[in-house]
Design a protein around this ligand. Structure first.
Ligand code: ATP
Ligand code: MG
Length: 415
């Protein structure tokens, strides 16, 4: 390996123009079954022209992941996906050294290695000689790319979905910065891989914590919310649920009514679709409070929410229905119909009387903005260096096993 910067495909500018204009985005997404409003379509169009990643934030089930999948489908690009989770380390995101393969090679080549050190007088000299050859073992041959490096090395243009980035720790977020800004990944032992086909990158977040300003700055930001009634009806219609137009329209209203309740997890688009299918399968020819109550578990997934939904459904079906007094208590202060833009998990803490410990823990993790405002960039925070200097962050990843030892293999570059 001689060059330290690897251009991985011909830089001939042959990457095609992905979309003619915003309408073209809307049309092609619709053909692929995804109904985009103009705000979303504009963001996708801008991404394709400006070459910037998109950061989608919003509650569960509003079509964030689906947008990335659809983008891959309509542009004919392969979809590479990095699913983020808490405690994830960079090796699952960037690359790993294939230790098994390295070991196999050293065993097979034992004799050859023996010759290299055969006439070394001291142990130190033997180590030096092996050290001089180590670049052989830290070369591309032994590199196992994970999604980020794979996206950069790909010979063909790809869509890279970095899903639920808010679940990952900020250390991983720091690692992403180099990729997002430069479309490159540094491997200290080999060099920097630069993509000649910039991947179209989509990051999604459910807002369980605030993302760093550094990350946000590199992206086109879009918050997705539950759609307008018309568009939700269009979406349900497009899924051929089997439920009639009239009942679907009524169902959309009821789902929107449920979203106005103070639920831990408001019903999403995907749940509305499931509900429509369920009702169609049951052959519902009207949406009575009874059939809706029997099937409400399709859209409401927590016991406490179910109780609240069951209480509210008769009133949602028929606003004149007699509703016992205590049911009004949850609605105060929620006069708007779409205020749940950042998930509906904002309000569990006053509900400890119902909490089992698992529920409390989960709720903590799902809570929007669970880190304080000064979480990033607070003076002396050790994440600071990582956020500013990506190669240092990556270096420490490789070096952390033996940071001080002068003969540590990762200190030494092959060139
Ligand atoms: N605009 C849309 N057009 C068509 N279908 C949609 C649209 N938005 C959402 N859907 C439907 O909703 C389903 C759920 O969407 P998706 O899985 O992308 O949600 P998400 O926002 O990624 O949720 P989560 O945060 O739980 O991962 C999709 O499979 C799709 O069927
Ligand atoms: Mg998703």
């Amino acid at each position: 390996m001689s060059a330290s910067t690897h251009h991985l495909a011909a830089a001939d500018g042959s990457d095609t123009v992905e979309f003619a204009d915003v309408d073209d985005v809307v049309e092609r997404f619709a053909d692929a079954g995804y109904l985009a409003d103009s705000r979303l379509a504009t963001t996708v169009f801008l991404q394709s022209r400006l070459g910037k990643p998109i950061l989608l934030e919003g509650p569960a089930g509003v079509g964030k992941t689906q947008l990335a999948k659809t983008l891959a489908e309509v542009t004919g690009r392969e979809l590479l996906r990095l699913q983020c989770y808490e405690g994830q380390d960079e090796t699952t995101a960037l690359y790993e050294w294939d230790y098994g393969k390295q070991l196999l090679y050293t065993q097979v080549l034992r004799e050859k290695i023996g010759q290299v050190v055969a006439d070394a007088d001291t142990l130190a000299e033997a180590v030096d000689r092996i050290g001089a050859e180590e670049s052989v073992f830290f070369s591309e041959r032994f590199l196992s790319p994970r999604p980020l490096l794979e996206a950069v090395r790909s010979e063909r243009p790809v869509v890279l979905l970095i899903d639920e980035v808010d679940r990952a720790d900020e250390a991983l977020e720091a690692v992403l910065l180099e990729l997002l800004a430069e479309y490159q990944v540094s491997v200290p032992e080999i060099g920097t891989f630069v993509a000649n086909h910039p991947p179209m990158i989509v990051l999604t977040s459910n807002n369980t914590r605030d993302l760093s300003a550094a990350l946000k700055r590199r992206c086109l930001h879009l918050s997705l919310d539950y759609p307008e009634a018309d568009r939700e009806l269009d979406i349900i219609r497009s899924k051929n649920t089997g439920l009639s137009e009239t009942l679907s329209a009524k169902l959309v209203e009821i789902v929107r009514g449920l979203r106005d309740l103070d639920l831990r997890k408001a019903p999403s688009i995907s749940e509305a679709i499931d509900w429509a299918r369920t009702l169609a399968v049951l052959g519902a020819d009207e949406l009575s409070a009874e059939i809706l109550s029997q099937t409400a578990n399709v859209v409401v997934k927590y016991d406490r929410d179910l109780t609240r939904a069951l209480e509210a459904i008769p009133k949602l079906v028929d606003p004149n229905a007699e509703v016992p007094d205590h049911l009004h208590s949850h609605d105060h202060g929620h006069g708007h119909s779409h205020g749940h833009s950042h998930g509906s998990a904002h309000d569990h803490d006053h509900d400890h009387d119902h909490d089992h410990s698992g529920q409390t823990k989960r709720a903590e993790k799902d809570k929007p903005g669970r880190h304080a405002d000064d979480y990033y960039g607070s003076p002396g925070a050790k994440s600071d260096a990582g956020l500013r200097d990506v190669s240092a962050a990556q270096g420490s990843r490789s070096f952390k096993a033996a940071p001080e030892k002068p003969s540590g293999r990762s200190r030494k570059r092959p060139f």
